[in-house]
Design a protein around this ligand. Structure first.
Ligand code: MF3
Ligand code: CO
Ligand code: CO
Length: 293
């Protein structure tokens, strides 16, 4: 199940990197929690154009960081690359200062780096990437008042056949979920398709972390499960909606727990995980992926 290396342990986190004062911050930075979003998930063409810009930047940053995933590189170095790319393009890295659960510290870094059995929300630190690791990189850009959010899985070196299969199937599961997101359907169709496809390969789809409405808020309150949640999560997909589809598939059980850093989520059985994420907009012709470089 975990073919190559020892389990992941906490490394040393470097001080928070600076963002120039000229770059506007999201409302939640410096606050205890993010404001509740009450503006809905259907956006005007003008807002969608701004989301397009943030989403494209997030995708370009992800591609740039992904190019640097290799044995010997620390996850902190990946953070530096993602951080510099975003601020150089006038964007705020949405995760810096994102409030945690009650009594927990805010997220301190520009990207999430989640290695092997880490499902999501890994904090970049002194951890050195080893040959065969699956490194999930999640990057969100905030520019002109809106967020664009995406994630990819990168294997350091060749990886095992089992790891390559997991990564390939997770990407395909995301794309199938996106294609199912047609106007008039309930959002629960997305997870149904993803979970069914994952099961063909014996993979479990993580239930505790979901896709979400994204745009003027990082997480609008709309939830997009990656499992068959019917009859729940019956929100109807409408033209003009923007949200993420971001399945996490596990080689073993999806049961998970959080580290005492308040962020890092790992599988209980140590089984490895892959994730992909796109921000999409629903058009009259169906879903369109916005997080493309
Ligand atoms: N980008 C993640 C998502 O897909 C959220 C990360 S929040 C953080 O929703 F605080 F952990 F960075
Ligand atoms: Co997301
Ligand atoms: Co994300």
């Amino acid at each position: 199940m975990s073919p190559v290396r020892e389990s992941i342990t906490k490394g040393v986190v470097t001080p928070v990197r600076e963002v120039p004062a000229s770059i506007a911050r999201p409302e939640y930075v410096g606050r205890k929690r993010a404001a509740d979003w009450r503006g809905g998930d259907v956006h005007s063409p003008e807002t969608i154009e701004r989301i397009r810009v943030s989403a494209k930047l997030a995708a370009q940053a992800l591609a740039e960081v992904g190019r640097h995933v290799a044995p010997g590189v620390t996850t902190d170095e990946l953070d530096r690359i993602g951080h510099e790319f975003l601020v150089d393009h006038g964007a705020y890295p949405s995760t810096i200062g994102y409030p945690g659960a009650a009594g927990r510290p805010p997220f301190p870094k520009a990207i999430c780096t989640s290695v092997n059995e880490v499902i999501c929300h890994g904090i970049p630190d002194s951890t050195v990437i080893e040959d065969g690791d699956i490194v999930k990189v999640d990057i969100t850009a905030f520019k002109d008042g809106v967020h664009g959010d995406n994630c990819g899985s990168f294997i350091a070196g060749e990886g095992t056949e089992a790891s390559r299969k997991l990564v390939e199937v997770t990407h395909e599961a995301m794309m199938r979920g996106i294609k199912a997101a047609q106007p008039g359907r309930q959002v629960n169709v997305i997870g149904r398709v993803i979970e069914k496809y994952a099961a063909r390969f014996g993979y479990e789809s993580v239930r505790s972390y979901t896709g979400h409405g994204v745009g003027p808020a990082f997480h609008t309150g709309l939830i997009i499960p990656h499992y068959d949640a019917a009859p729940h999560h019956d929100d109807v997909i409408e033209v003009g909606m923007t949200f993420t589809v971001e399945p996490m598939l596990c080689m073993g059980s999806e049961d998970s727990h959080e580290w005492d850093d308040g962020w890092t989520v790992v599988t209980n059985d140590g089984s490895w995980v892959a994730q992909f994420e796109h921000t999409i907009v629903i058009t009259e012709n169906g879903p369109e992926v916005l997080t493309l470089p």
